[in-house]
Design a protein around this ligand. Structure first.
Ligand code: NAG
Ligand code: MG
Length: 268
């Protein structure tokens, strides 16, 4: 009797489980997309997080981070909460950590010349410094860029360090690789930028290079031009890290480039 009951129970449970799985599957396949892999509903691998019309926000972010989507001006309104959650909810820090872990491992494996000529180029905004306190007040990039408001914020010189970048910075210095800071911020921000960097612990860098006040050049032209000057002066750029593709593109890029996440804005 007990055996029979157990067998009946097992059948009922199996049917329930199958029913649940089928129900979840059909709920997830909502737009007729052909499957290219078995869905695993219980692992949450098939949801469309952040979709409120248009392409889902995680797909939008993927296109942004791969430099596929260009010249976008604001985070889509439907993705403001998604980006806010990404930036503050741990994923941003975890993604930054993965980048820096790889950069540290690469740097530790380098055979240095010992002549002190190896440098590593660091960007400022969303690389050494985090402007999250500002962007959290401005829709995480869903509001149009306001140079007056952002300029006033940078003048305050109290942006926190991105801790992951700081870990890389300190490790490179221990290894004997000198940081060079190269930013699209203009010369009128030199004092506040230098103060902010020093206050949060970025000291001992080889150079702080800012954009000339009235230069009319793109980010790639400016930054690759400055890297060229470094190489011409005898430096060896062993690494280059930034949150924008325009920090990393254009010869000489540096021996290896490292892209930090930034779904809040695009610098062309
Ligand atoms: C930009 O920011 C300034 C300073 O906070 C503010 O006065 C101005 O209204 C803002 N402009 C727009 C278009 O929001
Ligand atoms: Mg930047």
């Amino acid at each position: 009797m007990a055996k029979l009951l157990a067998a009946v129970l097992a059948v009922v449970l199996a049917a329930l489980a199958a029913g649940t799985a089928t129900g979840m599957l059909s709920a997830e396949i909502d737009d007729g997309m052909p499957l290219i892999h078995m869905l695993r509903p219980l692992l949450h691998s098939s949801g469309h997080l952040g979709r409120l019309g248009g392409v889902p926000c995680d797909s939008w972010r993927f296109a942004v981070e791969t430099d596929t989507l260009r010249d976008w001006e604001t985070v889509p309104a439907r993705c403001e909460k998604y980006v806010g959650n990404y930036m503050l909810g741990g994923q941003y820090r975890s993604d930054s950590q993965a980048v820096v872990d790889e950069a540290v491992a690469y740097a530790e494996g380098l055979k240095l010349s010992g002549d002190g000529k190896e440098v590593w180029v660091f960007d400022v905004d969303e690389t050494t410094l985090s402007n999250l306190p500002y962007y959290a007040e401005h829709g995480f990039g869903s509001e149009p860029y306001n140079s007056t408001a952002f300029g006033a914020y940078t003048k305050l010189a109290n942006a926190p360090a991105l801790p992951e970048t700081q870990r890389l910075y300190k490790r490179l210095q221990e290894l004997g690789i000198k940081p060079v800071i190269l930013t699209g911020r203009r010369e009128d921000k030199r004092e506040s930028t230098a103060k902010n960097l020093a206050d949060v612990g970025y000291t001992g860098y080889e150079k702080l290079l800012l954009k000339p006040q009235d230069a009319r050049v793109t980010a790639v032209e400016f930054k690759s031009g400055e890297r060229k000057k470094l190489v011409d002066a005898g430096y060896v750029i062993v690494g280059n890290i930034g949150d924008q593709w325009t920090d990393l593109l254009g010869e000489p890029e540096g021996d290896r480039t490292f892209k930090l996440p930034d779904p809040m804005y695009y610098v062309g």
